[in-house]
Design a protein around this ligand. Structure first.
Ligand SMILES: N=c1c2ncn([C@@H]3O[C@H](COP(=O)(O)OP(=O)(O)OP(=O)(O)O)[C@@H](O)[C@H]3O)c2ncn1[C@@H]1O[C@H](COP(=O)(O)O)[C@@H](O)[C@H]1O
Length: 105
């Protein structure tokens, strides 16, 4: 299992955990809107590091963004797998388009 699948499973389990013992459970208990707001804050922090050109800062903020994306998806019951399948579908479509552009191949 990839680290993202592993983390998504942990976050899913936090939906029924005690908010006093887990930051994730506390954030989920505040509702999907708060989860979305936190994702937005972390995204802006990542943008700032990217504009500054701070590679270490961007690495750290990108990890925050991925974590908070998974929390936001969980809050709205969207499985990580559905997002990955959408990416795979787009990759497939773009592969078909490239093939169509080279009819001689
Ligand atoms: N990957 C993360 C992770 N990334 C960031 N964060 C938390 O996200 C929070 C966001 O930082 P902020 O500075 O915005 O937080 P804050 O200022 O305290 O919060 P606000 O008052 O601004 O709302 C911090 O408290 C971080 O600890 C994370 N918290 C948990 N995880 C992972 O989630 C899993 C479950 O952890 P629990 O939350 O302990 O159940 C574990 O595997 C953890 O490694």
């Amino acid at each position: 299992m990839s680290i993202l699948h592993d983390l998504a499973a942990t976050i899913e389990a936090r939906k029924t955990a005690d908010p006093d013992g887990s930051w994730t459970a506390k954030l989920l208990a505040k509702g999907p809107e708060k989860c979305a707001e936190k994702f937005g804050e972390e995204a802006v922090e990542a943008i700032i590091e990217a504009v500054k050109g701070d590679r270490d800062g961007l690495t750290s903020e990108a990890a925050d963004v991925l974590y908070h994306l998974l929390v936001m998806l969980a809050a709205r019951d969207v499985p990580l797998q559905a997002v990955l399948e959408e990416l795979a579908r787009r990759q497939h479509m773009s592969g078909l388009a490239e093939k169509a552009a080279r009819p001689g191949d």
